[in-house]
Design a protein around this ligand. Structure first.
Ligand code: GLY
Length: 129
């Protein structure tokens, strides 16, 4: 059975997060619009536009610590050729004290269908409190 648009968008969101976890710049860049905008902690209160800001972190590599990422309760709101995907992202890794730790972020990711393909056009990422 063909995937629904909602299923496709959740799968694309998982691929996006996997590309971040593995520092796969090619995969990340293919999923994103060149003029993507974002608010995220690394941008310290500024709306950042474009891909160069993000490339910096991919150039640092994935690091040595094994990481496991879970998207908790992803929701999709479809509005024609635009969709909003929301979830909490849990990341498990080994910290500096060699102990397993989990971080959590609220993520809102906006996708737009451009020339027949979903492109990631905006996101907002905040630490859970
Ligand atoms: N920091 C890049 C992203 O969350 O898409």
């Amino acid at each position: 059975m063909a995937a629904t648009a909602e299923q496709e968008l959740i799968e694309l969101s998982r691929q996006l997060i996997d590309s971040i976890t593995t520092a796969d710049w090619k995969a990340y860049a293919e999923l994103c619009a060149a003029d993507i905008s974002c608010f995220e902690p690394e941008a310290v209160g500024h709306l950042v536009e474009g891909m160069e800001f993000h490339r910096y972190y991919f150039n640092l590599g994935a690091g040595d610590s094994p990481r496991n990422t879970t998207l908790v309760a992803p929701k999709v709101r479809l509005m024609g050729d635009v969709a909003v995907v929301t979830y909490v992202r849990l990341t498990q890794r080994i910290n500096e004290a060699d102990a397993p730790t989990t971080s959590s972020f609220e993520e809102t990711r906006v996708w737009q269908k451009q020339d027949g393909a979903w492109k990631h056009v905006h996101f907002h990422r905040s630490p859970c409190r």
